[in-house]
Design a protein around this ligand. Structure first.
Ligand code: SF4
Ligand code: SF4
Length: 190
């Protein structure tokens, strides 16, 4: 375990993390960890991940198992009295781990799913389940060539369709340009 009060001088956001993260505002109150539903199972808890990032110990942070246990519920970010987006820090660590090739197969799928989800929202403004599944499964297959994973859950499709949970036709928002601008602005900040 890492001591939450790891000593050392906090730096600006390390170069390999997005600059908008405002890490320097964290004063280690621990509210993020106290509200995290999976903190008890984590090897490095949320406030410790932020502290490691503050100190520039990004490699140590991105190798923590806990970044893959995070369920992105955003509770930590919502509770933070200093508006540190702890969930975004963990998200960035996952992305970095993916890009550096540290992540195992199932962990890589977490990032691939996230990418497919965002692409879907950017295109339609609303989630289109069929497109999401198609893009995600294709990306996952090209990544690890796992045929069992490609067809896993296929038998759920008829039941989902019958319950109105699987739409074939995308239901797009009227002004897609607004979304484009939102995504572009976010990407410029990253
Ligand atoms: S709640 Fe905010 S300020 Fe407190 S430890 Fe977590 S990230 Fe830091
Ligand atoms: S976003 Fe992740 S780290 Fe934050 S409270 Fe939820 S599970 Fe915990």
């Amino acid at each position: 375990m890492i001591d939450a009060a790891t000593s050392g001088e906090a730096t600006a956001v390390p170069a390999d993390l997005p600059a908008f993260l405002d890490l320097e505002n964290c004063y280690q109150c621990g509210k993020c960890t106290a509200g995290c539903p999976v903190a008890e199972r984590m090897d490095v808890v949320p406030n410790q991940l932020v502290r490691l990032a503050q100190l520039g110990l990004v490699e140590r942070a991105r190798r923590a198992e806990s970044i893959w246990q995070c369920v992105s519920c955003q509770t930590c970010s919502t509770r933070c009295p200093k508006s540190v987006d702890c969930a975004a820090v963990i998200d960035a660590l996952r992305q970095l781990s993916f890009e550096k090739g540290d992540a195992a197969g199932s962990q890589r799928r977490t990032v691939l799913f996230q990418e497919a989800f965002l692409r879907n929202i950017r295109r339609n403004g609303r989630l289109n389940e069929l497109e999401l599944v198609g893009v995600f499964k294709t990306k996952a297959f090209l990544d690890d060539l796992s045929i069992p994973f490609l067809f896993k859950d296929a038998m759920l499709a008829p039941r989902m369709r019958a319950k109105g949970k699987l739409h074939f036709k995308p239901d797009r928002v009227k002004d897609g340009g607004v979304l484009e601008r939102m995504f572009d602005r976010c990407l410029r900040q990253a």
